[in-house]
Design a protein around this ligand. Structure first.
Ligand code: HEC
Ligand code: HEC
Length: 345
């Protein structure tokens, strides 16, 4: 009798263990499934970057745009080019809190990276330019920047034999116009794509490409920390505008679209690609390190009506912050050095 009971109990325990085991396996499978769905949102697009119908990329257009980008003759002083502020060896930024313009004047905003600009619409921290073509000709005549009226820019470029030839090859009969100058520069900018980072290798299936801590950071980034609400997809931006509480004089997007409370102090969500190499941070360069940025989100020092409601949910322990920093470190790619081109004479 006793023996039979014992057998029964052992049987029950075995069944219990088995179901618990099955449940654990099932939970594990579900978690793996959720993780792989999450990872699928971060797969890089294949093929060449998108370009508008009327400015498809050709090697001639890209080469011409690259020359114009590096050419100081497109500035009033003859000393400043796009590359002065968007420097190739600084991830197409300048490392300054805010840019230095003509004659050393301090500009109001930080120079953004041009990496992956082919995908990011609209442009500027406040989104005041709709396309890269439109944006490219604005700094040329901006008095605080390159300070060269468009008519003079056209005359200077058209006077250079090598350029006349390159424009004819790239844009046919239209030749040198402000329109084709913008198009060529935009065609070059679309080639500036961030390279493969450890994070991309992890997304592609290499489990050891990033640390366990960074993997925890990635999950946190997408869940409890709520970062992916705005920093979404492989470029880590929704291309939207949000007030996260930085600065109090510059009204950002509200300067372009007045009268909408949520757009006051709202700035374009920056990409997080190569983030560790692109200090200082924010539109005004007010935060020095990635750690400072995470602390800023954790403590939310500013409260005002326009502040994004998505920030309120963010709660971060010391360990969470370290995990997030580890994750952000995996987004840095090793890009080949970019050397300035020879300019036409
Ligand atoms: C004096 C420094 C300086 C020069 C020169 C300069 N830029 Fe910029 N660039 C900036 C700053 C600062 C911003 C951000 C301004 C803003 O958002 O109001 C910016 C923004 C941009 C953006 C928008 C990026 C984004 O993600 O929204 C593009 C594209 C760009 N510049 C391309 C160029 C091109 C092309 C040239 C040359 C024709 C050029 N820049 C010359 C400093 C400079
Ligand atoms: C409500 C949208 C939103 C959320 C949520 C959000 N961010 Fe941001 N993030 C932004 C915007 C907008 C900026 C630029 C703000 C500015 O310059 O005024 C920014 C800037 C940054 C920067 C600096 C980038 C640079 O180039 O200057 C980092 C790093 C960053 N965020 C990481 C995070 C992390 C990590 C989280 C989660 C803890 C997070 N963000 C949550 C919108 C958001």
């Amino acid at each position: 009798m006793l023996k039979r009971w014992r057998l029964f109990a052992v049987g029950l325990a075995a069944i219990g263990l088995l179901t618990a085991g099955l449940q654990a396996v099932r939970a594990r499978l579900a978690a793996d499934h959720a993780l792989s769905e999450l990872k699928a949102q971060y797969v890089r697009p294949r093929g060449s970057p998108p370009a508008p119908e009327d400015n498809q990329s050709t090697p001639e257009r890209v080469a011409l745009g690259r020359q114009l980008f590096f050419d100081p003759r497109l500035s009033g002083s003859g000393a400043m080019s796009c590359a002065t502020c968007h420097a190739p060896n600084r991830d197409w930024q300048d490392g300054m809190a805010t840019a230095i313009g003509r004659d050393g004047r301090i500009l109001a905003r930080r120079t953004p990276t041009l990496l992956n600009a082919a995908w990011g619409l609209p442009f500027f921290w406040d989104g005041r330019a709709d396309t890269l073509e439109q944006q490219a000709v604005m700094p040329i005549e901006a008095p605080g920047e390159m300070n060269l009226p468009h008519a003079q820019a056209i005359a200077r470029i058209a006077a250079i034999q090598g350029y006349r030839q390159a424009f004819a090859e790239s844009y046919g009969d239209e030749g040198v116009t402000i329109n084709t100058i913008g198009k060529a520069i935009a065609a070059f900018e679309r080639t500036l794509v961030s390279g493969q980072a450890p994070f991309d290798r992890w997304i592609a299936g290499d489990e050891r490409a990033i640390s366990q801590q960074a993997q925890r950071g990635f999950i946190l980034f997408n869940t409890r920390a709520g970062c992916s609400t705005c920093h979404s997809g492989w470029r880590f931006t929704d291309d939207g505008f949000h007030d996260i509480g930085v600065g109090r004089d510059d009204e950002g997007r509200a300067g372009v679209m007045p009268g909408i409370e949520q757009l006051r102090f709202a700035f374009k969500t920056p990409t997080l690609r190569n983030i560790t190499q692109r200090a200082p941070y924010m539109h005004d360069g007010s935060l020095q390190t990635v750690e400072d940025v995470i602390d800023f989100y954790a403590t939310r020092p500013v409260d005002r009506p326009s502040l994004s409601p998505d920030l309120a949910r963010i709660e971060l322990s010391a360990e969470d912050r370290a995990d997030l920093v580890a994750f952000l470190g995996t987004l840095t790619s090793e890009d080949a050095a970019h050397h300035p081109p020879t300019l036409p004479q």
